[in-house]
Design a protein around this ligand. Structure first.
Ligand code: HEC
Length: 274
């Protein structure tokens, strides 16, 4: 008898306390599931399909998407690379033969059929060297079936060499502008590797000092000296005269430094020895 009451009590407890608690936590659980799904979607998005062999891809085409990736699917190649893509029919689990017609119009690859009778098709091309990043879409042009919306793909052509070249070009431009600035505003007092004039030899100064300090000093040496900057103070004592404010902007100071840096790296015989 007592045992029955005890069991009844426990059951009541479960009903009164634990079930409402469980349901109260439900929105949180749903939220967590949603977040997990979102994180997975982002990860899928960020991970382009990588080839087995450099530039060689195998792409299964089914109603689930390219390589079972619903929605947009991407391949990543480098500009100038030889690329080979084998498209493979993947809808064998369907009761009917379900043809797909694939094309990559921007690369001049005209529509080809993939179905049970034509299970593979290989296309090859040289990835064009055009913009820094180019996307060539490929798609199924067969719209009769549901699920074809899943069949959207892109070939991303990246040009790392172009990025490198752009950086080098920028550097070269800054150095060129910097040379003009140096010759006009600094050369009367400074050499780069030719010894002291009025001010110190600036060879290797970029390695000796913080970049940030150099820019601030070149833009307004008077201000740093007036503020009692310890390095500036020591330099004035050492050279017996303060450097005047040459009215340079931060960008011009950077450009002058780019030139000083480039000259510092080169052997003594600079193009314009003084
Ligand atoms: C009228 C002469 C004069 C001119 C022009 C001049 N400087 Fe100076 N510069 C000095 C003197 C003197 C010093 C050392 C005393 C001081 O720090 O004020 C100095 C110091 C420097 C220093 C610090 C060097 C070190 O060892 O830390 C840098 C960097 C510098 N100058 C860059 C430049 C640049 C870049 C220009 C051109 C935009 C320039 N200077 C124009 C006279 C000059």
């Amino acid at each position: 008898m007592q045992q029955k009451i005890l069991i009844g009590l426990v059951l009541t407890l479960i009903i009164v306390i634990f079930i409402p608690l469980y349901w109260a936590a439900e929105p949180g659980r749903q939220e967590a599931a949603r977040e997990r799904q979102q994180a997975e979607a982002v990860e899928r998005e960020a991970r382009p399909y990588m080839p087995q062999k450099e530039g060689s891809f195998r792409v299964e085409v089914s109603l689930n998407g390219f390589n079972n990736t619903p929605g947009e699917f991407r391949l990543e190649v480098e500009g100038g690379q030889e690329v080979e893509i084998t498209f493979v029919y993947g809808d064998y689990d369907l009761p009917v033969n379900n043809p797909h017609i694939i094309a990559i119009p921007d690369l001049g690859i005209t529509p080809f059929i993939l179905d049970q009778n034509n299970p593979e098709f290989t296309v090859s091309f040289t990835a064009p060297k055009v913009g820094e990043v180019t996307v060539f879409s490929f798609m199924c042009t067969q719209t009769a079936c549901a699920g074809h919306n899943n069949l959207l793909g892109g070939i991303i052509v990246i040009q790392p060499s172009q990025q490198e070249a752009a950086r080098e070009r920028q550097q070269a431009e800054a150095t060129e502008v910097g040379q003009a600035i140096f010759e006009q505003s600094c050369k009367s007092c400074h050499s780069i590797g030719g010894g002291r004039i009025v001010g110190p030899d600036l060879k290797g100064v970029v390695e000796r000092r913080e970049r940030d300090w150099l820019v601030r000093f070149i833009v307004s040496p008077d201000k740093l000296i007036a503020q009692g900057d310890p390095i500036a103070k020591q330099l004035v004592e050492q050279y017996g005269t303060p450097m005047p404010n040459m009215g340079l902007s931060e960008q011009e100071a950077e450009q002058a430094l780019a030139y000083i840096e480039a000259q510092s790296g080169e052997p003594q015989s600079s193009p314009s020895p003084e």
